[in-house]
Design a protein around this ligand. Structure first.
Ligand code: ATR
Length: 278
């Protein structure tokens, strides 16, 4: 019998990861035989652990916190998105060459535009946070041609640094891009507010005024959990038209990785329903 192709999700911590379940469901749906496991990697050992995995015949890896930057450095062939974000969440080993992709942004955009049927084109977008999560999604959001993107962060300098990476593209696409601190939002309403901070994980909410959201606004938390996140609770209190967590993004980014590895597009809706019902 032919051994199934080997895949892993590498991170630290990794116990909570839903990726093995999601990819097993994709594999069942598409009739492809794969083996997908969690791989806990000690901080500082990414390159050693991932080299060993590929040397032993591994075909692909998803990479999560805190190794996305190291995955970028480890790879030899990089997509434009990876080059731009300087971070990768998907690795593929083909003929000994490691290629890298970042599917986070496309996952977020697919969930917002296709699943939630919210067009980003012409809208005013607020992104809270300026870490790796924001870096991965900034260019894909810009490519949807919003009217404006404002990036705010607890440490404002990081938001300023980050928007420099898309300044040229933004100018070319005539999208207004500005950066600031959490307290710089004195006026204006936004159509789409994305929480890309890790604050929901600690159930900690930064101070955002409640009249930030326009009457048809979508509030999107890139985090997800069993319960409402502190951000979606804030959004509901602020009368967001819709407030959603990042489970859809998780499934969509996984589907894009699966497509890169197996050349098949799984049905993400069915998988989302299964995960929501658990
Ligand atoms: P990730 O790679 O998941 O984005 P990160 O690079 O550590 O993780 O970034 C976490 C983001 O969440 C940062 O924007 C961080 O703000 P700082 O740059 O000021 O550290 C933000 N963050 C984390 N906890 C927060 C909190 N309680 N309130 C506001 N912002 C928070």
């Amino acid at each position: 019998m032919v051994k199934p192709e080997q895949y892993v999700v590498i991170g630290n911590p990794i116990e909570h990861s839903k990726s093995p379940q999601i990819h097993s469901l994709f594999a069942q749906q598409t009739g492809i035989s794969i083996e997908y496991k969690k791989l806990l990697c000690p901080v500082g050992d990414f390159s050693k652990v991932v080299s060993e995995f590929f040397a032993s015949g591994g075909r692909g890896a998803n990479v999560t916190v805190p190794f996305k930057l190291e995955a970028y450095e480890f790879s030899t062939l990089r997509s434009t998105r990876v080059e731009h974000a300087k971070a990768a969440n998907t690795l593929l080993c083909k003929n000994g060459v490691i290629s890298a992709e970042n599917t986070d942004g496309i996952g977020l955009v697919r969930d917002i535009v296709d699943n939630l049927e919210f067009s980003i084109a012409g809208k005013s977008v607020l992104i809270v946070g300026s870490g790796g999560a924001t870096r991965g999604v900034l260019l894909p959001i810009l490519e949807e041609l919003p009217k404006s993107i404002r990036v705010i962060n607890r440490t404002p300098e990081k938001a300023h640094q980050l928007i420099k990476t898309i300044e040229v593209e933004a100018r070319g696409l005539a999208v207004d891009v500005v950066a600031g601190g959490l307290h710089d939002l004195h006026d204006g309403e936004f159509d789409l507010v994305v929480n890309a901070t890790s604050s929901s994980l600690s159930n900690d909410l930064f101070p955002l005024r409640t009249n930030l959201l326009g009457s048809k606004a979508l509030a999107y938390d890139m985090m997800y959990g069993k319960h409402e996140t502190s951000f979606t609770k804030w959004a509901q209190k602020s009368k967001a038209h819709r407030a959603v967590d990042g489970l859809g993004m998780l499934v969509e980014q996984a589907a894009e990785s699966f497509f890169l590895w197996c050349d098949k597009r799984p049905d993400t809706q069915t998988v989302m329903k299964i995960l929501r019902s658990e």
